[in-house]
Structures are given as C-alpha cells and as structure tokens.
Design a binder for this molecule. Structure first.
Ligand code: ZN
Ligand code: ZN
Length: 253
C-alpha cells in the first residue's frame, strides 16, 4: 500500500473541489436570503416586495429624505450637491444588505445594491432638483465616484464595498468609474453624533485626480447626517467638479 496514506489525505480535498466545480456547493451551502434566511436567493421575493422604497416624488431633492419635497426636517436645503437620491429607508432588508456586503463579505450583494440604486435614479429622473433640472440625468453625467472606505476600514476588510457597488452601477448605467477620492484617516462615524461627525471628517477626504469640469454622480451606502457625502462633495467641488449629484442605497431620518 505505498500510496494508501497519500490517497487518504488527498481524497477530501479532491472531493470538495469537484463538488464546487459541479455546483453541488449550492446544495451543501445554499444561498440564503439576507433577511429571512429562506434558501434560494440573496434577497427572496417576499423580502424584495417589502423593501421600504422611498417615493422620489415626495422625497427632499436636497438630502433624499422621504416626504421632504416641500419642507424638510432633515436639512436646511443648503447641501452642496445639486441633488440627493436615496433608494430605501434604512431598515430591515436595506440594512441587512449593507451589513452583509460590508461585514459578512457577501460580495454578490454589490450588483443587487447597484440595481436598487439604478431603480431610484431612474425614478428620480422624472422629478426636478433645486435647479429645476432633473434630479438625475444620465446623459449629463460624466462618471461615477464613491465615498471611499477609510484606509483603516479597507485594511480590516480587504476590499472597499462601495468600489464594488460603484463598478456594478457603472455597468448598469454605462458610465465610467472615477476612483478619485481617498480618505486616509478619520474615526468610525457610527459612534459619533451629528456635530462630532462633521468635525471628525473636516479635511479628511481628498481628491487625487483632476475632476475639473466633470458632472459627477457620487455614491455611498447609507446617508445618516450626510456628513461623509457632503464632505466628499465639497472636496470634489473644490477641485473644480462642475456638479455633484449624490445617491445612496439607504437614508436614515
Ligand atoms: Zn427573505
Ligand atoms: Zn432635506
């Protein structure tokens, strides 16, 4: 039995490889819904149907909060972007989609999130921004950029989840990616209050390439106080961007 030991130790690895190759992995470790764990899809039909979509018609054109189209309690209508579009309220499945992509590394959610954002952009294109033009105009958009992870978060996760979402959104919209923003430092925003967030971010977003004259779509996962995305918008405008339209998967209000 000169090869017995070798075979015995190799067999499980070979079997695992062939199971993966034949798609049997899906039977052993099925894809489950991020919210209800129903096997089959990342977001099952029932959870898809109960997504808390923001009606773009009634949303605040400036900060994307629902029902803020006339008077908004969430902003002073003085945000730096020309419009802000948020797809979903930050609850249930929307929140699970973000955390499963970011923290559980379910990278297949990136195109799902991008598709939800594309749906909201499409709907928002029918409604005016503060300047009277459409809140989103694909034909008047040069490129997509994203609020990047801090260098500490990137080192911890090994990827930038918003880069993945942005690349998927670029494919959806047929736009180029402008990977121009960097965020070398700043504490995690989640534990901070509104004023602390703004102070924490001041001067921490940098633009590393020329964006002069560009009309940009700037994307992020969640808008809470707007501190991160406003800081990124200010940085882009300071470097000469012609306009910034913001879009997020979810809005906290
Ligand atoms: Zn479900
Ligand atoms: Zn608002």
């Amino acid at each position: 039995m000169p090869f017995g030991g070798t075979h015995a130790t190799r067999r499980p690895a070979i079997r695992a490889a062939s199971l993966l190759a034949s798609g049997t992995a899906e039977l052993l470790w099925p894809t489950r819904c991020v919210t209800c764990e129903m096997p089959g899809e990342l977001v099952c039909e029932e959870c898809r149907e109960s997504l808390p979509w923001i009606c773009q018609r009634w949303a605040c054109p400036d900060c994307g909060a629902p029902f803020g189209h006339l008077t908004c309690t969430e902003c002073e209508h003085d945000w730096e972007m020309r419009a802000t579009i948020c797809a979903l309220g930050f609850a249930g499945t929307a929140a699970r989609m973000v955390s499963c992509l970011k923290d559980a590394h379910e990278l297949r959610l990136a195109p799902v999130i991008a598709a939800a954002m594309a749906t909201a952009l499409d709907e928002a294109s029918a409604w005016p921004a503060r300047d009277g033009c459409s809140r989103f105009d694909l034909g008047a958009t040069d490129a997509i950029c994203f609020v990047p992870a801090t260098s500490a978060a990137f080192a911890r996760r090994g990827f930038d989840h918003m880069e993945l979402v942005s690349r998927a959104l670029c494919r959806e919209e047929g736009l180029a990616l402008a990977d121009v923003l960097v965020r070398p430092r700043s504490r995690d925003q989640r534990t901070l209050g509104r004023e602390e967030r703004a102070a924490n971010l001041a001067g921490t977003v940098f633009v590393r390439d020329d964006v002069s004259g560009l009309d940009l779509l700037l994307v992020d996962d969640v808008i809470t106080t707007g501190a991160s995305i406003r800081e990124a918008t200010r940085a882009l405008l300071a470097r000469g961007a012609a306009s910034v339209t913001a879009c997020a998967l979810a809005r906290v209000w």
